[in-house]
Design a protein. Structure first.
Length: 266
């Protein structure tokens, strides 16, 4: 049912570890009392958000265990200070998680979003799933009909059908609209939980440096149909610098390059 979510108390990773003794190295858990139908990789795009991560792990590990999900947690950490690229990091997470285990479901979550109801089940559905439909910052309403941001889930088959996510959205915004377009252009629909169950709290924060709104996002979204076959998991390039398995999660630090220079308008 409903969960009480607050961000005032200080949380340490040691405490979260103590509270989740059944989670194994790399942030993995398999329920002992049932055979889950799906193996779920949870992918979090990341940079400089250690405090948020502690809260996320503190709240999500117990929820996922209660839901009897067979899961692993992957933090995809963008190295350097070039512009942030959320969707490209998610593509990296998909690719790297599959090198680690045979996942058939992928849940992509921002590190600052905590579900307020544990009936919001973190697994994959017949159609691509949008979990974070009612966030506190949007007054617990969907901001617009095609919104697919925050927390979403696709099966391996669904992900490959849309050629994964776009790699060319540098900076904040637009990439989730592109993903929504990919889903509908490929004849799929977005599935969502009931609005009373899909509620989320967002950990308040300042907009990150080097994640400024992407001014090209509006023209790019119009163009998904032409770009999705060549820009996606099929064209992904990156370099893994390190993979570290911690008790509560796996951290994958990557170099993903930087945005191409903008054409000079003189």
């Amino acid at each position: 049912g409903r969960l009480l979510i607050e961000f005032s108390s200080q949380i340490t990773l040691e405490r979260v570890q103590r509270e989740n003794p059944n989670v194994t190295e790399g942030g993995k858990y398999t329920p002992s009392d049932c055979r889950p139908k799906q193996k779920v990789a949870i992918i979090i795009p990341f940079r400089h958000r250690d405090n948020h991560l502690k809260y996320w792990l503190h709240y999500l590990h117990p929820v996922l265990r209660r839901q009897k999900i067979d899961y692993g947690i992957y933090i995809i950490n963008q190295l350097g200070e070039d512009t942030f690229n959320r969707a490209k990091l998610l593509n990296v997470g998909y690719t790297e998680a599959l090198k680690d285990a045979e996942y058939d479901c992928f849940i992509f979550s921002d590190v600052d979003l905590i579900p307020m109801d544990d009936r919001n089940l973190y697994h994959c559905y017949d159609q691509p799933r949008h979990f974070a439909i009612a966030m506190d910052k949007f007054g617990f309403r969907l901001p617009y009909a095609g919104y697919f941001g925050g927390v979403s889930g696709l099966s391996k088959k669904q992900f490959l059908k849309i050629n994964g996510f776009p790699n060319e959205y540098w900076g904040w915004g637009g990439e989730d609209d592109d993903i929504y377009n990919r889903i509908t252009l490929n004849g799929m629909k977005v599935s969502r939980p009931d609005v009373r169950i899909g509620r989320y709290r967002m950990i308040k924060h300042e907009r990150d440096k080097h994640n400024e709104p992407n001014p090209q996002r509006f023209s790019k979204i119009q163009n998904t149909k032409n770009t999705m076959r060549k820009d996606g998991i099929s064209s992904l390039m990156y370099r893994v610098v390190s993979v570290k398995k911690y008790p509560l999660y796996t951290n994958i630090s990557v170099e993903i390059g930087k945005p191409p220079p903008r054409p000079f308008k003189g």
